[in-house]
Write a protein that binds this ligand. Structure first.
Ligand code: SDX
Length: 434
């Protein structure tokens, strides 16, 4: 990766009676940055930024988010245009390679991904170790980490061909693993990938087809699945991507690093919000109960949050939520489920929240997770599978960002510092003297 930051002046910091110059850099778009990498050497001070609200971890050329304007660009292309004109496989090529493919490149990429969708038969036995009622995200975390045992060659990340193969394998096999997590909890036989299908059609077939009858792909649902994957593909240095980067910065096996990302995504504040949001809408039950629920959310003594609302970066409408809401209406229309109970609750919740000063003042808008659960439930996915589908889609983002980090000549092993407020040094006291 060719570093492209541009010098944009100097920030002067006076600390402990000393003034130090800190370089300021600018990128293509977005806030300038102050390089504090030499701060400790110059001043003996660390910076402190719990949750990294003002801290950049890296230079990246993959995804840009303008939270104030509600803008999301993948390699410069707006998410709305990509969802309208492209498809998930082309977006994967774009994220991995930095440019839209020529037809020959696109066809070759599709062929390569299709060639790696099967799992090693031993991997199928991996699932037998889980209870049938295991949460699919627990199984996915284990299964993805377990892939490192089947592809030891991907360790070390030096060989570009090996790294590329590892990236393709993860993107290609994730739907097969995800569908197996669903089938296992349902007690149904695993369904293998069929290369006659597109990526999204294949996933639907592996999830929903049964040996007893033909499964017919509904093109509206296949398109909705593909768009769901596109909307979750990458999102800058979010929590799980930062986890993958940090894990891989030690030289860990890339599949193990991605498994760490899966584990992080599971949290309800992050990728687990789609499952939590739908459960919350079910618990609200009807629009009549919304005013009381919103009162509880606003009550300072309650820790109830409106799941699917708010975002660390978006302080405007999440552009993905706009596309997701449109997709939600398309799916419910196609399935003749326009009266889906949770849709009514979601739309009334959104209407109230967007005009309530609590949410307006805190700049809380629907995020990617607000409507996605309704789509997935309508398509027949169990609620516990929602975050698995998010992880499936985000795999290309994790892999793209991991590769970018490994290609960054300035990258080092990630090792944050702290401010220590524990006990000063003291001597051990034998138990007889305590
Ligand atoms: C994803 O980072 C990414 O890019 C993530 C993601 C991706 O694609 O990778 O976009 C995917 O994770 C989307 C977010 C999914 N999570 C949820 O929907 C869970 C509900 N949302 C929140 O928990 C919260 O909004 C976060 C975690 C998403 C963001 O939290 P921040 O930025 O740390 O904000 P905060 O917790 O400091 O909240 C600011 C204020 C607080 O009130 P005060 O302490 O200032 O009084 O807003 C309140 C919060 O209490 N608040 C909410 C709220 N979210 C924030 N109040 C009610 N409901 C909410 N949803």
């Amino acid at each position: 990766m060719e570093n492209r930051v541009k010098k944009a002046g100097v920030a002067k910091l006076e600390v402990a009676g000393k003034v130090v110059d800190l370089p300021v850099y600018s990128g293509t778009v977005g806030p300038n940055v102050i390089d504090v990498s030499k701060l400790y050497a110059q001043t003996g001070h660390f910076t402190l930024d719990p949750g990294f609200t003002s801290t950049g971890s890296c230079e990246s050329q993959i995804t840009f988010i303008d939270g104030e304007q509600g803008v999301l660009l993948h390699r410069g292309y707006p998410i709305e245009q990509l969802c309208d004109k492209s498809n998930f496989m082309e977006l994967c090529y774009l994220l991995l390679n930095g440019k839209l493919p020529q037809k020959t490149e696109y066809d070759a990429f599709l062929k390569e991904v299709k060639h790696h969708t099967l799992l090693h038969t031993q991997q199928d036995r991996f699932f037998d170790g889980f209870r049938r009622d295991s949460h699919p995200m627990a199984m996915l975390t284990g299964a993805v980490g377990g892939m490192a045992a089947f592809y030891p060659g991907a360790v070390g990340n030096e060989d570009p061909a090996e790294r590329k193969l590892g990236s393709i394998r993860l993107i290609a096999k994730m739907p097969t693993i995800a569908a197996r997590c669903m089938k296992y909890t349902m007690g149904q036989k695993f369904v293998d990938p069929l290369n006659k299908f597109s990526y999204s059609e294949n996933f639907l077939n592996m999830c929903f087809s049964v040996s007893a009858e033909e499964y017919e792909i509904n093109p509206v649902l296949a398109r909705a699945m593909d768009r769901f994957f596109m909307l979750h593909a990458d999102h800058e240095q979010n929590e799980s991507t930062s986890t993958v980067r940090l894990a891989a910065s030690s030289g860990a096996h890339p599949f193990a690093a991605v498994a760490a990302g899966v584990a992080c995504l599971w949290g309800p504040s992050h990728g687990g919000a789609n499952e939590a949001a739908l459960r919350q809408m079910r618990a609200i039950g009807s629009v009549d109960n919304i005013p009381e629920f919103v009162r509880q959310v606003k009550d300072p003594s309650s820790d109830i949050r409106l799941m699917g609302f708010g975002h660390r970066v978006y302080k405007n409408y999440d552009p993905r939520a706009t596309v997701m809401q449109k997709t939600c209406h398309e799916v419910l229309e196609a399935l003749d489920m326009k009266d889906h109970p949770q849709l009514k609750v979601a739309m009334e919740l959104e209407r109230i929240a967007l005009q309530d000063e609590y949410f307006v003042n805190k700049k809380l808008y629907p995020n990617v997770d607000f409507y996605s659960g309704i789509i997935l439930e309508a398509m027949g996915f169990p609620t516990t599978m929602f975050t698995v589908l998010f992880a499936l889609a985000r795999t290309v983002g994790w892999v793209s960002q991991l590769n970018e980090m490994l290609d960054d000549p300035t990258q080092k092993i990630g090792r944050p510092r702290q401010i220590y407020t524990g006990e000063a040094q003291r001597d051990y006291v034998p138990i007889s003297a305590r």
